[in-house]
Design a protein around this ligand. Structure first.
Ligand SMILES: C[S@@+](CC[C@H](N)C(=O)[O-])C[C@H]1O[C@@H](n2cnc3c(N)ncnc32)[C@H](O)[C@@H]1O
Length: 223
């Protein structure tokens, strides 16, 4: 256990609603989420299950956070309460996703831990990523399903989330393209970095302007 990780400590001490997590996720969460603690953020988590993670996020981010959980299971609606809202629907249904966005408005932190099929992950990323604020974070987990047939995955199979994520690493570098088929787009302009971990990709947003380089100093082998 990482002694100073408050999320892992909460998880270990948890005697509230059930949480089920891969243990290496806590380090990733804390690394990318710490700067939002105590702030009046909007957090959206796809995948509520028994509600334990919503309680964990409340404890970690504090009372000023507005938290939305999204799940297809109507039983999750009973977890709706002050400052924590539960929206019921299918994350593969793009009309539903648009209604989620209308309800939440711009998002600071989005955690995608829903049903984990390729269709669900890609629809949620495509519809919700533009709603994540400049400086916000989109974290998608359990991406091992990109390699599992029962979820639509397979090694280097087209149409998986990991395949899409790997293509997006090119898009980060589109400023340097020499090919008309490969151009700067909204993703290039709004994504500061992508971070790959086992089963997780984190997208850190930011306003990105065309990179430039400079030289300083005067001594060189050519003068
Ligand atoms: C892995 S669990 C979420 C775990 C929870 N975040 C936690 O850490 O305790 C996945 C959840 O996704 C929900 N889910 C499955 N398919 C879905 C879909 N198509 N749309 C929305 N939610 C879905 C399931 O009902 C389940 O509650």
């Amino acid at each position: 256990m990482t002694a100073d990780n408050p999320l892992e400590k909460y998880f270990r001490d948890n005697d509230g609603r059930l949480i089920h997590k891969w243990m290496h996720y806590f380090d990733v969460y804390h690394r990318h989420f710490e700067r939002f603690r105590g702030q009046p953020i909007v957090l959206v988590e796809f995948g509520v299950s028994q509600g334990g993670s919503l309680q964990m996020w409340r404890d970690y981010f504090g009372d000023q956070a507005t938290i939305y959980g999204v799940d297809i299971d109507e039983r999750c609606a009973s977890l709706d309460g002050p400052g924590t809202h539960v929206l019921i629907g299918d994350q593969e249904d793009r009309d539903f996703l648009r209604s989620v966005g209308e309800r939440t408005g711009p998002i600071d932190v989005l955690i995608e831990d829903g049903g984990h099929t390729m269709g669900q992950q890609l629809a949620t990323f495509e519809e919700m990523y533009p709603l994540v604020k400049e400086d916000g974070v989109f974290l998608i987990e359990d991406l091992h399903t990109s390699y599992w047939e029962e979820y639509g995955g397979g090694f280097r199979r087209p149409g998986t989330f990991m395949r899409r994520a790997k293509r997006l690493t090119d898009q980060l570098n589109a400023w340097h393209s020499q090919d008309d088929r490969f151009v700067v787009d909204d993703f290039t302009r709004t994504t500061r970095s992508m971070h790959f971990y086992d089963s997780i990709v984190v997208f850190e947003k930011g306003r990105v302007v065309e990179p430039h380089h400079e030289k300083t100093g005067t001594a060189s082998f050519d003068t």
